[in-house]
Structures are given as C-alpha cells and as structure tokens.
Design a protein around this ligand. Sequence first.
Ligand code: NAP
Length: 297
Amino acid sequence: MKILDGKATATQIREELKVEVKDLVRLNKRVPGLAAVLVGDDGASQTYVNAKVRDCAEIGFNSELIKLDASISEYELLKKVEELNNNPKIDGFIVQLPLPDHIDENKVISAINPTKDVDGFHPENFGRMALDLPTFVSATPQGIVELLRRYQIKTEGMQCVVMGRSNIVGSPVSILMSRNDNPGNATVTLVHSRTKNLKEITRTADILISAIGRPGLVTKDMVKKGAVVIDVGMTRVDDNTKKKGYRLAGDVNFEEVKAVASHITPVPGGVGPMTRASLLLNTMKAYKRKEKKKFMR
Ligand code: NAP
C-alpha cells in the first residue's frame, strides 16, 4: 500500500510557484494577488482562510484578508465583491463559505467576476469545466486530479466510484474523472444518500473517491482489493487528547482500508493540502490570464 501524500505534493507545488514568483520579481514584474473575504467568526472558516493567506505569503503572492462582521447585509457584501472585481491588484478572490443565513450564497458567488473566481464556483466556470473549456476548476476536485496525475495513477478505462454529489466536490470530480483527458477517461458512477446497494457499487471501484462527510463510513468490506482510495472527508470530531479539543476525521476507516487499498490518502495530509495548493495554482492562472491575455486549461 502506498500513501498518496498530499502534504508533500502540495509543498512541491508551492516550491514550483515560488520559483515562478522569484522570476517575476527578478524581471520587476507585478506578482499575483489573492484576496479572501471572511464573513463572521466561524472557527473552521477562520482556520481555512488564515492558512490560504499564509500560503500566499510563503510563495510571495500578495494577499489581502477582508474580515467582515456576521451582521453585514447582503447588499454591503455584494458591494465589497464589486470592489474586488474592479481592483486591478487583485487577480483572484474567494468568498469563504458558508455565509450567514441571511445572505444568499448563490447571489454572492454569481456576483464574482468569473475571470477572478479562483474558487471556480461561479456558474459560468462550472459550465466551462463541464464543457472542457479553459476555466478555474474548483480547488478540491482540481487537487484530487492533480494528486492522481503526479502519482501517475492510471485512470483511463478504470471504474471510478464517487461518493457524494455536492457542487463543490462530488459532482465536479465525477465530471473531471469521466472527461476525455488524463487523468480522466474513467467510467464513473456517482452515489449519494439515496443510492441502494452502496457496498455492491463501491466494491466495483478501481478508484474510490469519498466526499460525504461521515467519519469512518467507508469500511474495508466496501473496498475492492487494490483500489485507489481518495478520502475527501474532513469532519471535526471531539478529541480530548488534542490541544484544540478536536481532530479531523476522514470518511474512510483508514486503519482497516489501508490493508486492502493499493494507494490511499490520509486525513489530514491528503486532499486538504492539495485543495490549498490548487487555489494558488488558480491564482497564478488568473494572473497569467490578465498579464498575458491567455487563458490556459
Ligand atoms: P455535502 O455538500 O454535505 O455533500 C455530501 C454528499 O454526501 C451528499 O451528496 C450526500 O447525499 C452524500 N451522503 C451523505 N451521507 C451519505 C451516505 N450515508 N451514503 C452515501 N452518500 C451520502 O458535503 P461536501 O461539501 O461535498 O463535503 C463532503 C466532505 O468533504 C465533508 O467532510 C467536507 O468537510 C469535506 N471537504 C473537504 C475538503 C478538503 O479540502 N479536504 C474540501 C471540501 C469538502 P445527498 O445529496 O443525497 O444528500
């Protein structure tokens, strides 16, 4: 069994980006800029956003963290989005989700200029991804595919089962795995909470991607021998032995499943760091699109 080390791979990606940024600095060019909007004081969101801003600092991107009170009106938030759309120093920005209940998330996402939507959540970018056009693929699906690519996992002709159909992970990763590309060209089955005979289906998977958010749900008996197992799940579970009082748990019962899998991602240290690295890749892509007037896939 081989660990698909997302942490090490993400470090490698950051190193590659650092070199690109150094070249820009050497040539006296502007460096890429990312802004992150955080509304309210949700602990998990704060942790994610702080990490994203830290990543930018590490590789030499400009970054801006915009913290807004949870009571901000939808109108005021939309105004902020418009400001960022028009800010020439910002190549891309994200609005950290979830937003407070009184704000319509879809409205906010749709207000982001698609050319700066480095989270890839805008309907235009999702549509372009589905049509295999140049776009910003959202960070987690892109991170998964990048991990498979860098570990040279064969996907063509493989049976891939994706667990979960969310707009940000399950659905887009199922599209990426089935499109005519490498990684891709897999035969994909998407399962969800209404799926019958879940175990029979997951056992057909050469590549099993779980994005459901139920700690330990994927057990050994659900996995085919030799399967590649990607665990997207990241749920905070109470743990008094930890300083923070919780630990992050994946969907996969790692100890059991590692005995049958050929490759497996750990939690933490698997898909999570790859998600963060993908946001940086998308920001560099947005920068190049703006500077070179060229939009790459
Ligand atoms: P989500 O929007 O809650 O979607 C969960 C999906 O799982 C739904 O499609 C749901 O089916 C399905 N599901 C729930 N219980 C199931 C069951 N018992 N059997 C089969 N399917 C089941 O979640 P999400 O936003 O995609 O996130 C999923 C997990 O990934 C969470 O733990 C989240 O924290 C994690 N995540 C990690 C990263 C990362 O960077 N590592 C990024 C994003 C998300 P229905 O549609 O029928 O309800």
